[in-house]
Ligand binder design. Structure first.
Ligand SMILES: [Zn+2]
Length: 291
């Protein structure tokens, strides 16, 4: 049996190295099913969802984070929302994107293309969300997240994300890790970490072989005797609901909604993030816009 979706946070004894590892197979396959993504799109979405969870787990309890990849590749864009409770949701603009295999791998970089990565951190105590806009480095997601962590958060980080898609399009394995060094880290530690990361097999392969987040950790922090400081179950969660959908219709305005009604007799609204459909009948719509 494959390990269940879980995220693990760990540090070394001297606390100069922090690592987060995650297995996300079930939630990435759930996203694949919800959005009917083709293999390259599934890999892109799965890596971004996993990245969202790893970054989300670094936040304070009440912070939220959004990742927006906007590129000139056929996928056009990826949107992911995550929080510090292990909840994530996301979608891609063109879910049926699939490209020829490149160097034995799904070509996520080609699907994303060149463009921008925007990371938005929403902090309840701040007036405005904190927004970082960076050029996309490779579109492979992992290197883009490492670039963000170094340039916007000033934390040198190694990021690895992987998704393995079966010929029948289901997701057989997904996961990732982030390793970060804190101020005061020794050059020996950095050299050892670089060797560990270079030697580690692809994370999708480790998860496919049944590795748990704790086992991924033993590869990444080999020789450091890491201490696990937290374990967090992770899942695909969307907080959309009927009230919010009705709120959107009210915001659209009477004329716009009346147009939709004339053509359909009812209005169907689909949540972009989770694919859930809400059908609103004429009688219910009339109560939204009392004469
Ligand atoms: Zn939703």
């Amino acid at each position: 049996m494959l390990p269940s979706d879980l995220l693990v946070k760990a540090t070394t004894a001297d606390k100069t190295v922090r690592a987060l590892t995650a297995v996300t197979t079930a939630l990435v396959d759930e996203a694949r099913g919800r959005h009917q993504t083709a293999p390259t799109a599934s890999a892109a979405l799965g890596r971004a969802l996993t990245a969202g969870l790893l970054l989300g787990a670094m936040l304070r309890e009440d912070e939220k984070l959004s990742l927006q990849f906007l590129g000139n590749g056929p996928l056009r864009g990826i949107l992911v929302d995550a929080n510090a409770q292990g909840e994530v949701r996301g979608f891609v603009y063109h879910p049926r994107t699939h490209l020829p295999i490149r160097r034995g791998k799904l070509d996520v970089g080609g699907a994303v293309g060149a463009g921008t990565l925007t990371v938005i951190r929403t902090q309840p105590w701040a007036k405005e969300p904190y927004r970082s806009i960076l050029p996309i480095v490779s579109g492979e997601i992992g290197s883009d997240i490492a670039h963000y962590l170094l340039n916007s958060e000033q934390i040198p980080s190694a990021v690895s994300l992987g998704v393995f898609v079966q010929p029948d399009e289901t997701v057989a394995a997904a996961g990732g890790f982030v390793v970060q060094v804190m101020p005061g880290v020794s050059t020996e530690t950095i050299a050892q970490l670089e060797a560990n990361v270079a030697q580690a097999r692809p994370v999708s392969q480790l998860v496919r072989e049944g590795a748990t987040p704790q086992e991924i950790l033993t590869h990444v922090l080999d020789g450091f005797g890491p201490t696990v400081v937290a374990e967090l179950p992770v899942r695909f969660t969307c907080r959309c609901n009927r009230e919010r959908v009705l709120g959107v219709l009210v915001a659209l305005g009477r004329a716009e909604v009346a147009d939709l009604l004339v053509t359909e007799g009812q209005v169907t609204v689909t949540c972009e993030f989770c694919g859930k459909q809400y059908t609103v009948e004429r009688t219910e719509l009339e109560t939204l816009f009392p004469a």
